[in-house]
Design a protein. Structure first.
Length: 101
């Protein structure tokens, strides 16, 4: 991975504030990554020091293998889910304006 792109992804994830979430796709769009999968790969490989729990799938659901932990961490920050889905209209962090669907 391009080091500059890697750094931009990390910075964007670090910028997501407590009580808000983003999606893999929004982070990719924000930093100019070619694919949301690149964001997921970075988090899977090097994301333990990042607020990984604030990054969701495009439908507002957590990473399948980390559902309980991710939702628990989000709840502790004030992000409430309905079932296993976070309402992106309410909690999506949108630093640029207009990113939310």
């Amino acid at each position: 991975m391009d080091t500059a792109l890697y750094d931009r992804i990390r910075e964007a994830i670090l910028d997501v504030p407590v009580g808000k979430v983003s999606t893999y796709g929004h982070i990719a769009m924000l930093v100019g990554a070619p694919s949301p999968r690149m964001v997921g790969a970075l988090l899977a490989e090097e994301g333990s020091d990042l607020p990984w729990h604030r990054i969701l799938r495009s439908n507002g659901t957590p990473t399948p293998h980390l559902v309980a932990e991710q939702l628990q961490r989000l709840r502790a920050e004030g992000v409430i889910s309905v079932g296993q889905r976070v309402d992106l209209r309410e909690y999506l962090w949108d630093p640029q304006g207009g990113l939310a669907d």
